[in-house]
Design a protein around this ligand. Structure first.
Ligand code: ZN
Length: 95
């Protein structure tokens, strides 16, 4: 039997995640007004990935304005990706 004719659970999940990204990102951005958005578009995609991966941690740092130096998130690869980006991105720093 050739299993390639069937959509696997993993493929379905990946597709769902893709759809969620397509629909979810604009909704995610709407949390902020244009002036308040904490990072550039690249940074916001990283922040969105972080929010999806660790919603509780996201809620933790959101009220603090996403300060890059957040000791409790040192071990989060998603947070580090966002924080490292914001610290080195000229676009993020002019916002
Ligand atoms: Zn940036």
């Amino acid at each position: 039997m050739d299993e390639r004719h069937y959509i696997t659970v993993e493929e379905e999940k990946a597709q769902q995640a893709k759809n969620a990204e397509a629909e979810g990102y604009p909704a995610f951005l709407r949390q902020w007004s244009i002036e308040e958005v904490p990072a550039c578009d690249v940074g916001m995609h990283l922040l969105y990935a972080f929010a999806n991966a660790q919603p509780a941690a996201f809620d933790l740092v959101k009220p603090r304005g996403f300060v890059a130096d957040e000791p409790r998130l040192k071990n989060s690869p998603h947070w580090r990706a966002f924080a490292d980006h914001v610290q080195t991105c000229p676009k993020c720093n002019e916002v």
